[in-house]
Design a protein around this ligand. Sequence first.
Ligand code: KG4
Ligand code: ZN
Length: 348
Amino acid sequence: MRILGIESSCDETAFALVEDGRRVLSSAIASQADLHGEYGGVVPEIASRAHVERLVPTLRRSLGDAGVGLDSVDAIAIGHRPGLIGSLLVGVSAAKGLAWSLGVPMVGVDHVHAHLYAGCLERELPAFPAIGLVVSGGHSSIYLAQSAIELERLGSTIDDAVGEAYDKAAMILGLGYPGGPLLDALAQKGDPKIHKLPISRLGRESLDFSFSGLKTSLLYRVRGKPAPGGVFERDHTDLEESELADLAAGFQFAASAAIVLKLERAFEAIAERGLDVQSLLVGGGVSANSLLRSRLLAIGKERSIDVRLPAMEYCVDNAAMIAGLGFHLLQAGRASELSLRAVPTTAC
Ligand code: KG4
Ligand code: ZN
């Protein structure tokens, strides 16, 4: 079964053709990073308009790369939640038009759940139950997965998503946008022991995340204390490159440690339910982070479980993960009606 996946939830317009939920025939992504860079974040109205402009060329590219026409599409999978409502509406409308005109089924896919499927592309499904970790620009959550489509959210961020914190931290350090990859590269030149930044715990049993305190703590280290009126003592231009690298390393260390701490708690909480975790599924833009990847692989080794880190191209928003998960939803009889709605929030 060849499924055409469509992704437009934020600032990437993406189409992919995936066979039987596994074999990726093509994955075309049109990024809008150049449009939003000067604002330091995604501007929703600009994003929706750019999706409209990039939709057809990206669809053509995806079909061209796979060397097939629309006539070989058996079903449409659309990331219809969560995301920016204007951006989602562009993709959902395209999905409905394509499904109706081709006379094929359509399935709505939760974008956050699809991130967890990214490490299952091009491979056999992992063994379940699994722990799912989504770390992206918009979400930071931990799940218990009984299968690819049966997910229970155990915890999520109470303030910033970890990718959002990376982007804001990068701004404080005077790096560009999106800041995650730039901060990651700078951190590798620094010493994480010089600046011990806070690792949020949120009580003894919480599986929720909090990253805003870490971000504020970095802000004060870089700029000093604010005087009345909010004027700071200095900014990043007053610091040497090596000092900025040490601060980046301290931030990256604390962010990764907070994630690992909650994962360890999730392993305990699931074991208390009498379940034996077999795999760790990871997804979202921050799963491209070098330190986090190595810490997660170490957990896998220690616990002898299968860690599914996505290939770099499937860490960020893409449509292959949407088509991949869409296949399993269709197999389970969960096709959507053409009345499918775009929804800004996640299902669970
Ligand atoms: O999953 P994604 O493409 O978008 C959402 O669904 O939110 O994630 C984008 C986020 C951005 O915040 C970006 O800075 C972050 O992923 N990111 C990274 C790295 N690569 C991307 N954060 C830390 N280290 C990286 N290497
Ligand atoms: Zn995403």
